[in-house]
Design a protein around this ligand. Sequence first.
Ligand code: HEM
Ligand SMILES: N[C@@H](CC(=O)c1ccccc1NC=O)C(=O)O
Length: 278
Amino acid sequence: MTTHKNDGSEKVHTDFSSRMTYGEYLNLEELLSAQNRLSTHHDEMLFIVIHQVSELWMKLTLHELQAAIEAIRKNHMQAAFKMLARVSSIQKQIIQAWDVLSTLTPSEYMEFRDHLGQASGFQSYQYRMIEFALGYKTSHVLKIYEKDPDLQRGLEVAYRAPSLYDAAIEKLSDSGFPISEKLLDRDYMQLYEKDASVEAAWTNVYKDVEQYWDLYQLGEKLVDIEDSLQQWRFRHMKTVERIIGHKKGTGGSSGVGYLKKVLDHRFFPELWDVRTNI
Ligand code: HEM
Ligand SMILES: N[C@@H](CC(=O)c1ccccc1NC=O)C(=O)O
């Protein structure tokens, strides 16, 4: 079997023989030998597997989100809806995963927590890429990867690129809604702040669904995704609380207090505010 990289990030296998096995195709030797425990503690395996599974689902989420952004920009709305629906299904899976992790008790976790040093989910590159793809652009995130120029470069590209919400706003404008100029010309690196012209446009869409069926569906897909992301954040916060209480995080934050605060952030604020206007 030969392997090459298609765009510098993803390996593509080309195999013209029919002898390729299941394990070779899925690269299982590598995948299943990547659970390196730092302790001999039985439950560390659960901790590693749950993170690896989450990262794999994040990989697919990003793949779908990036393609959905492109599809919206090309006005391929049905294709975009299909991809966004898949993102929602993935989110349901990773929300459920908290139930599995909740079987880890505080004393079990404390038996291997010290081995983790300063490592923390705070450093999850793919999680930040997803936040960026959804438009949550926070510059402090780039500093996390100062010691890893490759990751920092990847994040910077996503930081400068239009997000899913930027694509949706562009679509509102292309459909004839007056969107404020400063928003259309905006620097995508700026943290998105809610805007009255966007709220007015979504309000009209939600008041006249028959006329704006595509935009209405798009709005609801975005609400599905934000709703699930908030559920994920909430379950993370509560799982952390039941496992480590109010101890400080290994990543240097206050722990549960920090995770509660992150819950205040909204990705698509107007789509929530619109509910009050209808
Ligand atoms: C025993 C299990 C877990 C504990 C105790 C825990 C604890 C924490 C804490 C305290 C933080 C805040 C940053 C810090 O100071 O470290 C954090 C952040 C984070 N964790 Fe976890 N976590 C757990 C499991 C997970 C899992 C399974 C994932 C899935 C990938 C995850 C992903 C994240 C992410 C993405 C952040 C950054 C959140 C943000 O900045 O908004 N964590 N975690
Ligand atoms: N921040 C966690 C440590 C932690 O959860 C973690 C450590 C290494 C790899 C992934 C982790 N998961 C999520 O934050 C803690 O404070 O216990």
